[in-house]
Design a binder for this molecule. Structure first.
Ligand code: MRU
Length: 346
């Protein structure tokens, strides 16, 4: 894929600034951990898997200026950096899982000196980066089998190359299906309030020459009632042990509609998006974002000053509405508790 969402280049994390798309294609170079923290918070880099890689690179940024060989001081800086990055966004579990993978490097090498640890942490971050590229392609291959010629697919938010290192989860399924020569089309929900569907998914899919139609979020029910949607693919930010899946606000609404209209609803997510410590979606922390995102568009007010706003960034789709979860290991179907364990813990 031509899209390189995040890359480590000469001591800096280069990200595509997604707040500027599609008007402008601009890279942002994060050279210190604070810039990376802000980039995650402001959604300059976004999407659960990309946030996970950004967190790993953020750790490298935090420790790279450490001079000397005092291990106690180094470990203090390392843990402070991990703790700091973990406050950037609460819902996508990839962020916490990747920070834990970085922490594991330190716990598994108790005798290592500072220079050795720095090297090992660098290698771990690169492993996380490469693994994302590979698992996205594996999910794409599994998911592509679900797409038949002539199908009209629907997706929400952006679970594409821009939400991962360079390929995507839900959109990766479309890229793999296209690679296999399948003919299909995609409806992209615009995804209020920040329009990741309109701005990012449409931008990506058009670049890949996929037949794409943009709809406002409130058109989905009509489209389904008209028999124009055959299958739905979404990403996820955190999946509980029972298969309940948090994703961009509006996803749950699509799953309810899909059930009513008899349309299969699939979630596409890597094993790094599972949180097996929690039993159900009720335990998933849901980020609430600033009211300006709802009351303004591109800096212009779209609501009267002083109105109260509720702005949860994610919702939870109960497992019972999900036909299957496409992972790098294959497609998980109900009963989810048993099958998630079987596929991910073996
Ligand atoms: O707030 P965002 O843009 O980070 O939300 C992203 C989503 O909800 C994606 O669908 C999810 O992270 C899956 S990305 C492969």
């Amino acid at each position: 894929m031509a899209v390189e969402t995040i890359k480590w280049i000469n001591g800096a994390a280069r990200i595509i600034d997604q707040t500027k798309l599609p008007r402008q294609f601009k890279y942002l170079y994060c050279r210190d951990v604070k810039t990376m923290w802000q980039a995650i918070k402001r959604l300059q880099v976004r999407g659960a898997p990309a946030i996970g890689v950004a967190a790993a690179f953020g750790v490298l940024l935090g420790i790279q200026k450490f001079k000397g060989s005092d291990k106690r001081k180094f470990l203090q800086l390392f843990h402070e950096t991990c703790d700091y990055l973990s406050t950037s966004r609460p819902t996508a579990v990839n962020l916490f899982n990747m920070l834990n993978e970085m922490r594991a490097v330190v716990t598994h090498n108790p005798q290592a000196d500072v220079a050795t640890l720095k090297k090992a942490l660098f290698l771990q971050a690169m492993t996380i980066f490469e693994a994302d590229r590979e698992v996205c392609r594996q999910m794409g291959e599994h998911g592509a089998k679900l797409i038949k010629n002539g199908m009209r697919c629907l997706t929400v938010c952006n679970a594409g190359a821009l939400a991962t290192v360079d390929y995507g989860t839900a959109l990766g399924v479309f890229y793999s299906a296209k690679g296999r020569g399948k003919k299909f089309s995609v409806y992209s929900c615009e995804t209020r309030p920040l329009l990741q569907g309109a701005r990012l998914t449409c931008w990506e899919l058009l670049q890949q020459k996929i037949d794409t139609t943009l709809i406002c979020d409130n058109m989905a029910a009509t489209l389904m009632a008209q028999g124009k949607v055959d299958i739905i693919f979404t990403g996820a930010d955190r999946i509980a042990s029972n298969g309940d899946a948090a994703n961009k606000i509006g996803t749950y609404m699509l799953a309810v509609l899909a059930r009513h209209h008899g349309i299969p609803f699939y979630v596409v997510a890597p094993s790094t998006t599972f949180d097996l410590k929690i039993k159900s979606g009720r335990q998933i922390p849901i980020e609430e974002r600033h009211s300006d995102e709802v009351t303004h568009f591109a800096g212009v007010p779209t609501a009267p000053k002083g109105v109260k706003v509720y702005n949860p960034a994610f919702d939870v789709t109960p497992a019972k509405l999900i036909a299957g979860i496409v992972t790098e290991h294959g497609i998980i179907r109900a009963p989810f508790v048993k099958n998630i364990k079987r596929l991910l813990l073996n």
